[in-house]
Design a protein around this ligand. Structure first.
Ligand code: HEM
Length: 418
């Protein structure tokens, strides 16, 4: 792991952790450690995304997420990433697409309630057998002893299949979901008119495709896929086209990059921490696989931050926050808060409190798809164990250049059997 940031602008503030290059080069750990120690609530006066507060410890993030009236998620103020500027600052090529992750109560409550049952324990249990079968099929299709890209052949394939099933989307065209998710989840795509237009064109392409699916589902009621569930609900059936697209983007980006990156993180981390891999190779119990899954989601933190906007002047642990200030809640840092997770940069598959991680957020917006993600990752770990497969990483992965989606673009590996 590199420890010094290469090619940094001379005058860059080392504590401006919204800079994409910190993540591409995997050198974000040290600035966050310093902030947690010296200034866990830090005002960054200037950045590519304007001024913002960085909140970097566990306690303060929980505190903020428990006060959604004071710290809003609303798209009208800029939504859930440090990039958004809200309705007052719309630029050419921007069209707001409201989604319920970026709404406050009462709209948030009503829309979340509609989709939540599709991700509840009963539904997820119903998905188990199929998830095991698909994971087994993908693993059995991979070559042993030959190099291949784990991201493309395994992580993308498995998460895209799951999304296609959740939406009852065309199986043959499922790879479109990956492309749409990559473009729409990229917060670095706001900075030029050209990039905003490309983003918008992608959103419309996706919207048109889903509109067809929506119309088909409307004529064929009573099914259990996500579109049918939305169509049949009072809270969602009257959505505008923009709101419909917004919520689709939410479910696709929410379910895709995040789970994909935790699957890649698992393979990467097992190679990086061989003594932890040995524990999983020797002990095939379900309990250890589940704990390793929680630990990997903590360690990776597939969404590095969520953002909130202050709705009023307020005090936060001695800091004066002004109405409309942006606050970036850095889960990636809270998940390494020394007071909760000692030695947090290290993966410890049997870490006692791994499941206390904040990767799924906290409070009223806590990830609605968490159980589906957990099922997919645990299944992957168990199916690798059953086949006694070891993933050997051949070279450092290339990483996503962003401070929101924290993940991998590609990672060359070779499988062997132990
Ligand atoms: C490891 C995988 C995943 C991670 C790390 C993750 C992370 C998150 C985070 C951080 C939030 C916001 C929490 C907050 O503001 O407090 C969230 C919300 C959400 N996630 Fe996930 N997610 C994952 C998988 C999924 C999956 C598989 C789906 C669905 C297919 C999904 C759908 C959603 C939705 C719909 C919300 C909005 C919830 C709300 O606003 O009430 N996520 N997720």
């Amino acid at each position: 792991m590199a420890t010094v940031l290469k090619e940094t602008a001379q005058d860059a503030n080392p504590w401006d952790v919204s800079r994409a290059e910190l993540y591409t080069q995997d050198v974000w750990q040290e600035p966050f450690r310093q902030m947690r120690e010296k200034s866990p609530i830090y005002f960054c006066p200037e950045s590519k995304f304007g001024p913002y507060w960085s909140v970097t410890n566990y306690k303060a993030i929980q505190h903020i997420e428990a006060l959604p009236k004071v710290f809003s998620s609303s798209w009208e103020y800029g939504g859930i990433t440090v990039a958004g500027d809200g309705l007052d600052h719309l630029q050419e090529g921007d069209i707001p697409m409201p989604m319920f992750i970026a709404m406050d109560p009462p709209q948030h409550t009503a829309q979340r309630r509609t989709v939540a049952p599709a991700f509840g324990p009963t539904e997820v249990e119903r998905m188990r057998a199929d998830t095991v079968a698909r994971t087994a099929a993908v693993l059995d299709s991979l070559p042993i002893g030959q190099p291949f890209d784990w991201v493309e052949k395994l992580s993308i394939e498995l998460t895209t299949q799951m999304l296609a099933i959740l939406f009852d989307f065309s199986w043959e065209e499922r790879h479109k979901l990956t492309r749409w998710s990559d473009v729409l989840g990229d917060i670095e795509s706001f900075d030029t008119l050209e990039k905003r237009q490309h983003r918008l064109a992608t959103a419309f392409e996706m919207g048109a495709s889903f509109k067809e699916l929506w119309d088909r589902k409307a004529q064929n009621p009573g099914q259990h896929d996500l579109i049918s569930v939305m169509l049949q609900s009072d809270a969602m059936k009257h959505m505008s086209h923009e709101e419909f697209m917004g919520n689709l983007i939410l479910l696709i980006v929410g379910g895709n990059d995040t789970t994909r990156n935790s699957m890649t993180a698992f393979a990467y981390a097992m190679d990086k921490f061989p003594e932890e891999r040995a524990k999983l190779e020797q002990n095939h119990s379900h309990e250890l696989a589940v704990n390793a899954m929680h630990e990997l989601i903590r360690w990776q933190t597939p969404l590095a931050h969520m953002r909130r906007t202050a709705t009023e002047d307020t005090e936060l642990f001695g800091h004066q926050i002004k109405k409309r200030d942006k606050l970036a809640l850095w889960y990636i840092s809270a998940n390494r808060d020394e007071s909760v997770f000692p030695n947090g940069d290290k993966v410890i598959v049997d870490r006692e409190n791994a499941r206390r991680h904040l990767s799924f957020g906290y409070g009223i917006h806590r990830c609605v798809g968490a159980r589906v993600a957990e099922l997919q990752l645990t299944t992957l770990i168990s199916e690798l164990q059953k086949r006694r497969l070891r993933v050997n990483v051949l070279e450092e992965p290339t990483r996503v250049p962003a401070s929101f989606v924290h993940g991998y673009k590609s990672m060359m590996v070779e499988l062997s059997q132990y």
